[in-house]
Design a protein around this ligand. Structure first.
Ligand code: HEC
Length: 111
């Protein structure tokens, strides 16, 4: 029994840290790739609901990429949105965006 609890505990800790790692990675992507146009940062992220982010980030973020590729004002982001790196890392970005969406219940830390 004790052994079982121990395994359960370590599994829980493992899954918490790995999802935090994805959110952290997503945040780094956001800061590096999105922030210079969307200067409002986390406020910008929390303007949208989870369902909205989910829709934009489906199929490895294709709808979000398309929206920017169609908009001339976002020209500087085209190279990134067309890159394979964007698609490959889109799930981290998605985690981060969902975590701080309007209705996620999470308030960004004030730092
Ligand atoms: C080169 C500038 C630029 C970069 C980089 C950029 N965006 Fe945008 N983004 C725009 C512009 C321009 C629009 C259109 C806004 C408008 O027309 O008012 C937009 C619109 C959006 C919207 C609104 C979509 C909607 O449904 O209304 C979202 C969400 C968004 N961007 C997220 C992101 C994310 C996430 C990233 C980083 C992966 C990113 N953007 C990177 C320029 C940029």
């Amino acid at each position: 029994m004790v052994k079982f609890l121990f395994i359960l505990l370590s599994l829980t800790i493992f899954s918490i840290t790995s999802s935090n790692a994805a959110i952290y990675k997503g945040q780094r992507i956001f800061i590096k790739k999105c922030l210079h146009c969307h200067k409002d940062g986390q406020n910008f992220v929390s303007e949208y609901k989870m369902s909205h982010w989910k829709k934009l980030m489906k199929k490895k973020g294709a709808p979000l990429a398309e929206l920017h590729l169609k908009n001339k004002k976002a020209k500087k982001s085209w190279k990134y949105f067309e890159s394979r790196k964007y698609a490959r890392k889109s799930k981290h970005l998605k985690q981060f965006l969902m975590e701080y969406a309007k209705d996620s219940g999470n308030v960004p830390a004030c730092n």
